[in-house]
Design a protein around this ligand. Structure first.
Ligand code: APR
Length: 256
């Protein structure tokens, strides 16, 4: 959204409708995807990778097959992503979602594996695709802490050995083809089913089952507002689609 668009009567009307749809004092559920973190400088999943990783396709790296094929290369990629996230800062969109907690219950359900919602101050965040920083043993599942990531990118890094078996630390993220962690998923379904309103921010709506959550709300008659400058796989579920970047529109949209 450039300032010009914000001034058009059409956008102002859309914004007013969106604020109306999200009004009320019941719980607000925010469903966020990679676009939520785009203005923090974190590439969305389907952006071209930058620098060292531009020759890799993330959808090739985020798989159990890649881990079996070249564990140390995949571990190096995730450690570099940890380093990049640690250097990023929550953007005005994350901060607006956190501030909304001051005047209503807010539940964040995110597909993102970064910690920017938490660093912005959101206190109830369900990571349905896991977290970059939640390392665990790739064999027995014991939680592990691999410590801070190296400050330089590497083509290959050997993950630390588990303290309980001969397994190695792996990223605590959900890879393509893996089951979602049940606790965050069940909490997400429960939250959208009992929300007063749902705000979907920065997701292409292509990856199931996360992409089904807006439909769960819409089928229950709960208003759904989408914030995304581009098109997405969402359609009938959405009451109002604000074609604008999260960081530019959420502060005004969520202001009391
Ligand atoms: N504000 C809001 N939305 C934005 C912004 C922004 N500043 N910039 C980009 N977007 C939108 C894009 O238009 C796109 O629709 O964010 C969306 C990002 O889509 P994806 O890259 O597909 O990310 P996401 O939907 O989160 O992917 C879902 O798929 O790759 C797997 O597990 C991975 O969690 C990820 C899941």
């Amino acid at each position: 959204m450039t300032s010009g668009e914000a001034e058009t009567p059409g956008f102002r009307e859309q914004m007013s409708k969106a604020r109306q749809a999200l009004s009320g004092h019941g719980p607000l559920v925010v469903l966020s995807g990679a676009g939520m973190s785009a203005e923090s400088g974190v590439p969305t999943f389907r952006d071209a990778q930058t620098g060292l990783w531009e020759r890799y396709d993330p959808t090739d790296l985020a798989t159990p097959e890649a881990w079996r094929r070249d564990r140390d290369m995949v571990w190096a990629w995730y450690r570099w992503r940890e380093h990049l996230i640690s250097g990023a800062r929550p953007n005005p969109g994350h901060l607006a979602v956190a501030r909304a907690q001051d005047h209503r219950d807010v539940v964040v359900v995110t597909q993102n594996v970064d910690d920017l919602h938490e660093r912005a101050g959101s206190t109830l965040v369900h990571h349905v695709h896991g977290s970059l920083f939640a390392h665990r043993c790739d064999t027995c599942g014991t939680p592990m802490d691999a410590g801070p990531p190296p400050p330089e990118p590497a083509d290959s890094l050997t993950p630390p050995t588990c303290t309980r078996c001969d397994g190695r630390a792996r990223p605590g993220v959900v890879w393509f083809g893996e089951m979602l962690p049940s606790a965050p998923w069940e909490a997400a379904v429960s939250a959208v089913s009992s929300a007063a309103a749902v705000l979907v921010v920065g997701t292409s709506g292509l990856v199931q089952p996360a992409a089904s959550l807006p439909g769960v709300a819409a089928d229950a008659g709960i208003p759904v507002v989408e914030v995304n400058p581009g098109a997405s796989g969402l359609g009938r579920e959405v009451s109002v689609h604000l074609r604008a970047p999260a960081g530019q529109v959420l502060p005004g949209l969520l202001a009391p």
